[in-house]
Design a protein around this ligand. Structure first.
Ligand code: ADP
Ligand code: ZN
Ligand code: MG
Length: 485
């Protein structure tokens, strides 16, 4: 069969997230949840899978799951059930994982993901709870199973509470997938359900990727496993879409398979074909009663939900008069949003938004650090914006000052003084303005007559004379005052 010529390739992407819940103890026993401690120091007969040991449901985990579901606009089930997912692997000592199957705690929600000036709505299929597997540690130089000389298992992680969130295949691009992952993280952090730090493995993301058939129906999907940074989510999906497209363009067919993205070569590699897919033989967990989630309990949890990123974004537009874009940028990072609010409470909120979502964020991105790890404080920004507003420094000088503050953590006023960046003061500037007016009588006369278009020329002349140490806005104001216009 001839390959069909296609003009467009429409991506169809669905994501599956695994989120570590911020409980103090494990899902079905009293062992503490820990990171990076001595292996096998937080275990008991339950999480080691000893025969006869009985699981007990961690109520806090259920509560956090319900919170997350509510934040994602899901329906909380009146009745939920745990199920056994049977498979064999050394990190799973019972021979099965306690998970949820046909009766998850939450179904059918959505989230509105900011993407540039727009938001896209991504449906949530379901949200369920399960226990994490233990951690396999491969001994040898590679650190991976392939090429190792032996493997050990650390059961500290075994049995820790995990939440799985499955989206509908509503995501149209790799960038949108990254934004969705980021939004999930922000929501989880906002409600205190998880720190959702991808680097620590508290948030993991698998992607299902396909290209729509020319007739609009879904194409065959592949699954990209375990992407552990937002950048890799975007790049991994882009690499997989490129691979599928190449197959389709050469007249081939995409095979359903599981892949892994390797950032080193920016390519996807096959892990296993779906032919070998497990049959998990799910059945209801006989050692646990079904959950009944009362309406009263759910609405009590709902009443405790803090402000969500979507609500915060709307509030930023409403009460600070920001554009949807700026509000989206600022609230996409909760720490930055909190930082912004401190600054905006002291200076003009729009100026604050311009500086923080513009220059400051560019520097953060360039350095690859979050606002809480940077040396810039809200007080610094308040001072800097104040110095510009009062005409003490020009806008361009302020950019340089911010660079120095960013690198050193010194106060803006100290930097201005040390580097002699203060704008020309009143008298000197006034003298230059008078000189420029005298030297350009025709233009000055036109401004007096109400023609404001030539003012830019005069401002430019003054700026030139002042060699960049004047503030444009202030110069313009001075000119207008002197020309009585
Ligand atoms: P499976 O039976 O393989 O688990 P599901 O229908 O349960 O598949 O879907 C799993 C994930 O794959 C969900 O996130 C869903 O949105 C996504 N998905 C389903 N169909 C497609 C498709 N054609 N292309 C991309 N993603 C898809
Ligand atoms: Zn235990
Ligand atoms: Mg499925």
């Amino acid at each position: 069969m001839q390959a069909q010529a296609r003009e467009t390739y429409q991506a169809v992407i669905g994501l599956e997230f695994h989120v570590h819940l911020a409980t103090t103890t494990k899902m079905f026993c009293g062992c503490r949840v820990t990171y990076g401690e001595e292996p096998n120091t937080h275990t008991c007969p339950v999480c080691l899978g000893h025969p006869g040991a009985l699981p007990v449901i961690n109520e806090k985990a259920i509560e956090l799951g319900v919170m997350a579901g509510l934040a994602l606009n899901c329906n909380v089930a009146e009745r939920a059930e745990f199920a056994r997912k049977n498979y064999f692997y050394p990190d799973l000592p019972k021979g099965y994982q306690i998970s949820q199957f046909d009766l998850p705690i939450c179904i059918g929600g959505h989230l509105d993901v900011p993407l540039g000036d727009e938001t896209i709505r991504v449906g949530i299929t379901r949200l369920h709870l399960e226990e994490d597997a233990a951690k396999n540690v491969h001994v040898g130089e590679s650190g991976r199973m392939h090429g190792s000389v032996g493997s050990m298992v650390d059961y500290n992680r075994g049995g820790t509470p995990l939440m799985e969130i499955v989206t509908e295949p509503d995501i149209p691009s790799p960038e949108a997938a990254r934004a969705t992952a980021n939004h999930i993280k922000e929501i989880m952090r906002a409600i205190g359900v998880s720190e959702a730090d991808m680097e620590k493995g508290q948030l993991r993301c698998d992607a299902n990727v396909s290209i729509r058939n020319p007739d609009g129906s879904f194409g065959t999907k592949t699954e990209l496993k375990n992407m552990n940074s937002f950048r890799f989510v975007e790049r991994g999906i882009a690499a997989e879409l490129a691979r599928q497209r190449e197959i389709l363009e050469s007249g081939g067919r995409v095979e359903q398979t599981t892949l892994h993205y390797d950032p080193n070569d920016d390519e996807v590699h096959e892990l296993r074909s779906k032919e070998f897919a497990h049959d998990y033989r799910y059945f209801p967990e006989p050692d646990l009663l079904p959950l009944e989630l009362s309406e009263a309990w759910v609405s009590e949890i709902k009443s405790r939900l803090p402000e969500l990123p979507d609500e915060m974004r709307a509030r930023f537009v409403e009460s600070y008069g920001l554009s949807a874009y700026d509000a989206g940028v600022l609230t996409a990072d909760r720490d930055l949003a909190v930082f912004y609010e401190k600054v905006a409470s002291e200076v003009d909120p729009k100026q604050a938004a311009n500086w923080i979502s513009g220059d400051l964020r560019a520097r953060l991105n360039e350095a690859g650090v979050g606002i809480s790890d940077s040396k810039v404080t809200p007080e610094h920004m308040i001072e800097l914006i104040g110095l510009v507003g009062s005409g003490n420094i020009s806008r361009s000088a302020a950019r340089d000052v911010l660079g120095t503050v960013f690198a050193s953590g010194d106060a803006p006023s100290a930097v201005v003084e040390r580097e002699g960046l203060a704008s020309m003061g009143g008298d000197a500037l006034s003298g230059i303005v008078d000189g420029v007016i005298a030297a350009n009588p025709d233009e000055a006369e036109r401004v007096r007559g109400g023609d404001k278009k030539v003012i830019g020329f005069l401002v430019g002349q003054v700026m030139k004379e002042a060699r960049g140490s004047a503030d444009g806005g202030r110069v313009r104001q001075l000119l207008l005052e002197k020309l009585g216009s």
